[in-house]
Design a protein around this ligand. Structure first.
Ligand code: OXD
Ligand code: MN
Length: 588
């Protein structure tokens, strides 16, 4: 039975039912009873495997098809009215052609299957941040993941009422055919289609598709921002908490930073770090004129390999109950999970992620490198008390970062907001041996939004600049960090992980006018003495080395920036051209 009388919802569902022809329709009401029945059903068909209830209570295991293990940027489209609106960094398809193609693929694809109707909210239901969506799917796995990653249930439909302002999402597993896999966004219609995939990043439509691609477009039109950023709070010994939002490209330790454990010395003094979000931030100007942020998600869809009690105990603890593991290895002796980097004891009797018997001694991997856990945020030992706040948290600092072996110093501060937008726009990371392709190649990933910006990146930068003008002197300060400077042998110099708090502390001190800095060609860099190294075996001269700005390396960087900027033609904001000119003249 339909859980709403909202005409726009019912007529859209009727249309999609006529298209995909499900055998039955099930509305997800959010009740534990219904979810438990779905878990049991998925276990009976082999879609899920129930894990050891004593060791991993309420946890399940899932394998995707082997050809369906990651987001597919090449098959992700922004179907704006014109190609110009999607811009040079997005794939584009004409909306009418895209709908026709997708409808042809989706037609009849639910025959013999159930349509699950998932009403969900991004952001706390009823809050000024909240935006509602309905995802139709033929996958119980998607339902159960959406229940962890978003707020799902009847109360969402109640909050939506008769409004037509909601995001339409149709997911069809079809045959998981790579050649017919498409993730298409129609920003002008508030609509998303995802066909022929069952992998989280492509099918949990609330996440990248809605909360970044569609929301970035909505944010531009409505005067707010949807960003690929973690949000964390640093509590000082007097109990005051200051919040930071930070954007990093993938493989730069975003989830680790979001759940950072302070070094002993800081813990002893009473510092604490609170996690508000690990992937996405929606930010609005509050009544007080400051920028306030909310994590629209309700869980973590984290990369499993490398997560362990040393790298990120809070993430690991978050996965110990109510979690769905995807494409990790399964220990057949005790029906638990394992992945590379969890510990030094790979299971002897196990199945690898594809489901074959696994012999770890033969050099193959047990878990897929992009294997995931879907864990409720509430499981996290350091989840912020503001997690469900309807006002969000006020942001003091915005931090950009990337993986650069030499060029970028450990940390620097932009001179002002527009310079900070420039710093975000030239964000780049060097490829690592972990990915295919050449090592050390610089990839530009502005604001870590390259695959997630739902419109023209030039317009996106203009929106950033406009937001700064509105925020005026209440704007957060903007910084750039680089935890990845290497020595001549290629070893990381800075210890990273919990010790990154030492850098965050300087950042927050700068926001409060409590720390000094040296002006360089690229912005303000700390005096080495102002980064507190107490309790860390790290030489101040080495610190000076990684704070150094090498003008020659930056001069070499200029042509790469110019080449990248050239793509944006006359959509490149004049303010950024001016910042680039300033950088050039500062470098002499
Ligand atoms: C993610 C990503 O999964 O950025 O969060 O790819
Ligand atoms: Mn992400």
């Amino acid at each position: 039975m339909a859980l709403t009388t909202n005409k726009s919802v019912l007529s859209w569902i009727d249309e999609k039912v006529a298209l995909v022809k499900p055998d039955q329709i099930v509305w997800i009401d959010g009740s534990e009873e219904q979810l438990e029945a779905l878990r049991a059903e998925a276990c009976s068909t082999g879609e899920l495997i129930k894990l050891n209830e004593e060791k991993l209570p309420g946890c399940y295991y899932h394998r995707t098809a082997v050809n369906d293990v990651a987001r597919v940027e090449g098959r992700t489209f922004i179907c704006a009215t014109t190609k110009e609106e999607a811009g040079p960094t997005n794939n584009w398809m004409d909306p009418a052609e895209a709908y026709k193609m997708l409808d042809d693929i989706a037609r009849g694809s639910y025959q013999g299957r159930t349509m699950y109707v998932i009403p969900y909210s991004m952001g706390p239901v009823g809050s000024p941040f909240a935006k509602y969506g309905i995802e139709l799917t033929d996958s119980i796995y998607v339902v159960l993941n959406m229940v962890i990653m978003t707020r799902v249930g009847k109360n969402v439909l109640e909050a939506l009422g008769d409004s037509e302002d909601w995001i339409r999402g149709l997911h069809c597993k079809c045959d998981i055919d790579e050649e017919k896999r498409y993730i298409c966004h129609f920003p002008q219609d508030n609509t998303i289609y995802s066909v022929n995939s069952g992998y989280g990043g492509n099918v949990l439509l609330g996440k990248k598709c809605f909360a970044l691609r569609i929301a970035s477009y909505l944010g531009r039109n409505e005067g707010w921002m949807a960003e690929h950023m973690l949000i964390l709070g640093v509590e000082s010994p007097d109990g005051d908490i200051k919040y930071i939002a930070a954007a990093f490209p993938s493989a730069c330790g975003k989830t680790n930073l979001a759940m950072l454990i302070p070094p002993e010395y800081y813990k002893g003094k009473g510092y604490k770090v609170w996690c508000v979000g690990d992937d996405i931030a929606w930010m609005r100007i509050g009544e007080d004129g400051r920028l306030w942020a909310c994590n629209p998600e309700n869980g973590f869809f984290g990369v499993a390999p490398g997560t362990n009690m040393k790298s990120n105990p809070n993430a690991l603890i978050s996965t110990q109950k109510g979690t769905i593991f995807t494409n990790v290895a399964r220990n057949l002796d005790d029906n638990t999970v394992w992945w590379e980097g969890l510990d030094k004891n790979p299971p002897k009797n196990a199945e690898e992620w594809k489901g074959s018997k696994w012999d770890y001694t033969d050099g193959t991997k047990g878990a897929h490198p992009n294997s995931r856990f879907t864990a409720p945020a509430k499981n996290c030992p350091c989840v912020s008390s503001e997690f469900d706040s309807h006002t969000g948290v006020p942001i003091s600092a915005i931090v950009f970062g990337g993986r650069r072996a030499k060029t970028a110093p450990l940390v620097y501060q932009s001179r002002d907001w527009n310079h900070g937008v420039f710093v975000g726009s030239i964000m780049a990371s060097e490829t690592t041996a972990a990915a295919t392709g050449a090592v050390g190649v610089v990839r530009r990933d502005p604001m870590a939004m390259l695959p997630f910006c739902g419109y023209h990146m030039g317009d996106y930068w203009a929106h950033w600049i406009a937001m700064g003008a509105k925020l005026g002197d209440k704007a957060p300060k903007i910084f750039n960090v680089n935890w990845f400077r290497t020595d001549d042998e290629g070893h990381f110099i800075w210890p990273g992980f919990g010790d990154n708090l030492r850098v965050l502390k300087w950042i927050l001190d700068r926001c409060e006018g409590k720390a000094e800095a040296i002006e360089t060609a690229i912005g303000y860099v700390p005096n080495a003495e102002d980064i507190d190294l107490t309790g860390l075996d790290f030489d101040i001269e080495t610190l000076k080395g990684i704070l150094e700005v090498d003008n020659d390396l930056w001069k070499a960087e200029i042509s790469g920036i110019e080449e990248f900027y050239a793509k944006f033609g006359d959509k490149l904001p004049a303010e950024l051209v001016k910042e680039l000119d300033t950088l050039k003249s500062n470098l002499g």
